[in-house]
Ligand binder design. Structure first.
Ligand SMILES: *[C@@H]1O[C@H](CO)[C@@H](O)[C@H](O)[C@H]1NC(C)=O
Length: 177
């Protein structure tokens, strides 16, 4: 009897461990965020650093899916909304996918705290009210990894709810298991 109990406790422990490990493994599959389409609530225009030519760029939504993970927004353009209430960014993958991991590169030259409280949502609704995969609370590292545990959806949204803010994303990657 005791041996049987021990067996089930161990089985449970391994199942939990296995689940924890399968989530947020280094991504294996293709990045589903490319090449598709992204949009955002508004677009901010700014000048790059003189050391890279100083061109004026639009921080369009597709800057976050251009395959470049530079986290200095003045060296390489990041997506960048205007300062506004509840800014959002949304990826349209054109088909529903099962999503394991979302990897976000946050801006580092300044302002990384702006992303605090951002909700990352996954689902099939083209508004930004899909279920939440994760909320960004820890902005201490440039790379933020969220586990969606197989959430299914065509859209990935990043929304900053409840305040006026800029929403800047240097890269968003989406992976299946
Ligand atoms: C992108 O979002 C803006 C702001 O809501 C909207 O006006 C525009 O029609 C959208 N563009 C596309 C291609 O969906």
């Amino acid at each position: 009897m005791y041996a049987l109990m021990k067996f089930f406790v161990l089985l449970f422990a391994y199942a939990v461990l296995g689940w924890a490990q399968s989530c947020c493994q280094p991504p294996g599959g293709p990045n589903l965020a490319r090449p598709v389409e992204a949009n955002q609530s508004s677009t901010y225009i700014y000048a790059l650093s003189p050391e890279v030519g100083g061109a004026t760029v639009e921080g369009t939504a597709d800057r976050a899916i251009d395959g470049n993970k530079e986290s200095n927004a003045y060296l390489h353009p990041c997506s960048h909304t205007k300062y506004e209430q509840d800014p959002w960014w949304r990826l349209d993958m054109k088909q529903s996918n099962k999503i394991d991991t979302i990897v976000i590169t946050n801006r580092q030259d300044c302002c990384s705290e702006r992303l605090k409280g951002a909700e990352v949502r996954v689902g099939n609704s083209a508004d930004n009210n899909n279920p939440i995969c994760g909320t960004i609370n820890d902005i201490s590292k440039p790379i933020i990894t969220l586990c969606c545990n197989g959430m299914v959806g065509r859209y990935v949204s990043v929304v900053i709810p409840g305040r006026e803010e800029y929403l800047t994303l240097c890269e968003v990657e989406v992976y299946t298991g």
